[in-house]
Every structure is written in structure tokens, then in C-alpha cells.
Design a protein around this ligand. Structure first.
Ligand SMILES: [Ca+2]
Length: 492
């Protein structure tokens, strides 16, 4: 009797051991995620071809190895709403997070479960550094991280006082009349002093460690965000007399509605209601009159190249690590940037150049790597895609939709229009062929990307496109969360 009880107990113990071990193995077999954000990087990457002089060999080699999206778009053309939308998979119109003033996004969406939080919930170790949410060196959300690594910044590098940036380093060569944030120039310091390099080195150190659980390792570079101060050698790769300006046409903005002109010439900040010209005149005019256009282009190219070098260092570390074969790499930018197209600089608008970003996903042996996809894709959809790729339960109550099937079968049709938002009532809808923009006052723009990739000719006034517009309008949000101010139209 006792003997048979012992046998039964042994069998039960054995079964329990098998169940527990298989559960652990299931978790151990989950892929890791290396999640890379690059701040303010537009389509000036080699693989997208937004500028012929862009030098991004490391992004390009990842693009060549993985699935490279040539038409990925942010939900909002501004850091905070774009990042909150990507990291919660909730559209700005459904969260009310329209601008940078709502960096504390949980005031608007207290119950949102961020991407990292969701992975943490299902057994992942989540670690971050740099700029993932809005703000460098700011975890942004306590619930998202097991560990967030703060960088020791060199206090001499950039000091801000009363909104003015002072640099103790020689070599700054901008002559702009408003040197607060909008500034650039070579600086004479070692790369290792740059905060982004410290972020990259931290990510490398984590890739060299043994982790007991699958990890979600996120890091975000703050370059090429302004100010474009990077070590001199990066500027020297782009001689000023060889700089090619972006393609533009005269009077491009003449066919824009008043609010479109305002977005082109002013800096429009949703959710504060402020719109301003930094020194009372149109920024583009100042840049031209101070002979700074080529210098700005040079500085942006140099700063992109700097970020690319250290992105490459992390990718090399991954390739040399024990995680090379079981890690999904996701590289994204948070929105686009203008450098004089439509007389516009910076972000804060709804055109192709302000909303298009790089997006590359690499997952060894599982997806159709070495592929390029030109279907428009929203960064909003990264969250559910990663959830599905890692075999986690489907996340309910989000706006995003997984495109994992597209990663496996890139030749399939894919016609999910992408929605972009700049404050309540201002939206763009992008399909493979069209970009439709509608502002809060009902004025609109329409561009045909089959013949007009630079969005030079606004077709919205032509009656023959009425049906096209009606179809595109169906993708605008049906309801929208409020924002706390009303728009003003006073274009200069
Ligand atoms: Ca035009």
C-alpha cells in the first residue's frame, strides 16, 4: 500500500516537474527584443533615399538584412504624441495626447498598458535608456521598466539657462538670430562624451550579460534632434561646398489653405495653443538671408551620420553576442523633419516630410528578411505586431493592428490607410497613392504620390477628385478627444 502510494507520489512529482520545466522553457524560448528609437530622423537614410548625400551605412545594412519599410509614418509629427501613440498603440484622437505638453500621458489615459509594461507582464525583463518616451534621461513611465538607466551627462557640453544654450566648446558656427534650440555646429570633444554614445555603450553592456529571462531592451538616441552639435569629424564628412539642398519649387505654399501656410511658416504647438515665430519672422527667410541653408543641411547630415555610427556599434555587439539568433530588432524614428521644403523647418505639420520615418524589423530565420515593403505602415501597429511575434496574448482595446503577416508574406496586399494627427481636427490620411490632409476648419489638401512624391501640387480644389477625397475621408476619426484651446489662424 505504502509502496504504491510512493509510486503515485513519484509520478505526480515527475508530472509536476515536467509541467513547470516546460513552462519555463516556453518562456526561455521567447525571442528577445532590441528596440531602437532615433529622434527626429526623417527619410534621409540611405535605404529610403530621402537625400542623396545621407550616410547611414549601419541603418542600411540592417535594412538589407531585415524587412525595411520605405513608407512608415508616425501617428503625430511631434515627439511626445508620436511616442505615446507608438508605445500605447492608442491614436492621439483617442488619447487626447496631442502635443508635448502632455508628456505625463497617464493623466489622459491612466489605464493604458504600454508596450514595455505588457512585455513585463508576460515575463520579460524590460530595460531602457536614452529617449524612449519624451525626454532624454527620463524613464517617462514607471510602470514600463524593470530598469531604466540614467546617463551621466557632461555638464559642460550644453548648458541651458533661460532657454538659451551656451556651449563651452569652440567651433560653433551658426549665425542664426535665435540660437536657443535651433542651432548647430561642430564641437571639439571626444565621441565618448556624447550622451548618445553613453546610451549605446550601456546597451552593449547589457547585450554582453547573461539574462535569466527574455529581455525587452530599449534605447533611444537623442540625435539627430536639435541642436546639431556633434564632433567635428562628422561635419568634415560633408564638405559645405558639396552640399545638395532639398528639392523645392518656388511658390510651393501658394496653393495651401491658410492653416497649411501657417504650419509651413510658424512653429505650431498643439495642446498649448501656442504658435510662434522664434524671432518674429519666418524661419526659412531668416535662414536664407543669413546664408545658413547649406550649413543646416550639412549639420543634419553630420548628426544623422553620428547616430548611425553608434547604432552600428550596438548592432555589432548584438551580432557577436549569445542573443544574435533569438533577438528581434526594431528600429524606428519618431517622425520626419523639413529642412526648407515648403519653406518649412522642423516638424509640426502633416506632410510627407514631417511624418515619414525609417522602420526596419529584423528577426533571424522567421520573417521574410532581406525584403523592402512600400505599403504605408503606421508606427501605431508596431505594438500588436511585436506582441504577436513574441507569442504573447493579443492585447485588447488598442487602435493598432498587427502586420506580422506582412512581415512573413510581403507580397500580399495591404491596404490599411495610415492616420496622422496634429491637434484635434487636423489629420492626414496616407494610402499607397494618396495623401489627404484635412484641417479643423474643413480646409484640405490632396497629393497624388504616383506623380508628385514631393507634394508640390495640391489637388483638393479640383472637382474630379471629389470621389477620391470622399473615400479618404472615411479614414478620418469619427470621434476625437478634446484639447484645451481653440486654433487660431493668423498666417504671416
Ligand atoms: Ca504646392
Amino acid at each position: 500500500m505504502i509502496k504504491s502510494l510512493n509510486i503515485i507520489l513519484s509520478i505526480v512529482f515527475l508530472l509536476l516537474t515536467i509541467i513547470i520545466c516546460s513552462g519555463q522553457n516556453k518562456n526561455l524560448n521567447k525571442p528577445n527584443v532590441l528596440f531602437i528609437a532615433v529622434d527626429d530622423l526623417n527619410d534621409w537614410t540611405g535605404y529610403i533615399g530621402g537625400h542623396p548625400q545621407a550616410k547611414t551605412p549601419n541603418i542600411d545594412r540592417l535594412a538589407k538584412k531585415g524587412v525595411a519599410f520605405t513608407h512608415a509614418y508616425a501617428s503625430a509629427p511631434l515627439c511626445n504624441p508620436s511616442r505615446v501613440s507608438l508605445l500605447t498603440s492608442i491614436l492621439p484622437s483617442n488619447s487626447g495626447v496631442y502635443g508635448n505638453a502632455e508628456a505625463k500621458f497617464r493623466k489622459k489615459i491612466p489605464d493604458a498598458v504600454t508596450l514595455m509594461q505588457y512585455f513585463k507582464l508576460y515575463g520579460y525583463k524590460t530595460m531602457g535608456a536614452g529617449k524612449i518616451f519624451h525626454g532624454f534621461n527620463n524613464p517617462g513611465d514607471d510602470q514600463s521598466w524593470d530598469y531604466y538607466h540614467r546617463i551621466n551627462r557632461n555638464p559642460n557640453l550644453i548648458q541651458t539657462k533661460n532657454g538659451k544654450i551656451k556651449s563651452k566648446f569652440n567651433g560653433r558656427d551658426t549665425e542664426l538670430p535665435h540660437p536657443s534650440l535651433f542651432n548647430w555646429g561642430p564641437i571639439d570633444i571626444e565621441d565618448e562624451e556624447m550622451p548618445d554614445v553613453k546610451v549605446a555603450n550601456w546597451a552593449i553592456s547589457e547585450l554582453n550579460k547573461k539574462h535569466e529571462k527574455p529581455f525587452f531592451l530599449a534605447f533611444g538616441f537623442t540625435k539627430p534632434h536639435l541642436p546639431w552639435y556633434v564632433p567635428r569629424k562628422y561635419f568634415e564628412k560633408f564638405p559645405l561646398d558639396e552640399i545638395i539642398l532639398p528639392e523645392t519649387i518656388a511658390a510651393d505654399i501658394d496653393d495651401l489653405p491658410p492653416f497649411g501656410k501657417k504650419l509651413a511658416r510658424e512653429i505650431y504647438i498643439p495642446s498649448t495653443g501656442k504658435n510662434f515665430n522664434v524671432s518674429g519672422d519666418v524661419e526659412h527667410k531668416q535662414i536664407i538671408s543669413a546664408n545658413q541653408w547649406k550649413k543646416g543641411v550639412q549639420a543634419y547630415l553630420a548628426t544623422i551620420n553620428f547616430a548611425d555610427v553608434y547604432l552600428g556599434a550596438v548592432l555589432d555587439a548584438l551580432a557577436d553576442s549569445q542573443y544574435a539568433q533569438n533577438t528581434i530588432v526594431v528600429l524606428w524614428g519618431d517622425h520626419g523633419w523639413h529642412l526648407g521644403e515648403k519653406e518649412h523647418w522642423r516638424k509640426h505639420a502633416l506632410w510627407e516630410d514631417t511624418t515619414r520615418t525609417p522602420l526596419v524589423i529584423y528577426y533571424p530565420d522567421v520573417i521574410k528578411n532581406a525584403t523592402s515593403i512600400s505599403h504605408p505602415i503606421s508606427l501605431l501597429d508596431i505594438y500588436p505586431t511585436l506582441v504577436e511575434m513574441c507569442g504573447l496574448p493579443t492585447k485588447e482595446n488598442i487602435d493598432g493592428k498587427s502586420f506580422y503577416e506582412l512581415l512573413k508574406h510581403p507580397n500580399q496586399s495591404w491596404d490599411r490607410p495610415v492616420l496622422m494627427t496634429l491637434g484635434k481636427g487636423n489629420h492626414a490620411v496616407r494610402t499607397k497613392r494618396w495623401r489627404y490632409i484635412q484641417y479643423f476648419d474643413g480646409t484640405n489638401e490632396l497629393y497624388d504620390h504616383n506623380v508628385d512624391p514631393n507634394e508640390w501640387k495640391n489637388l483638393s480644389g479640383l472637382t474630379k477628385y471629389n470621389d477620391v477625397i470622399e473615400t479618404l475621408k472615411k479614414s478620418l476619426p469619427k470621434t476625437e478627444k478634446n484639447q484645451s484651446y481653440s486654433h487660431s489662424i493668423n498666417p504671416k
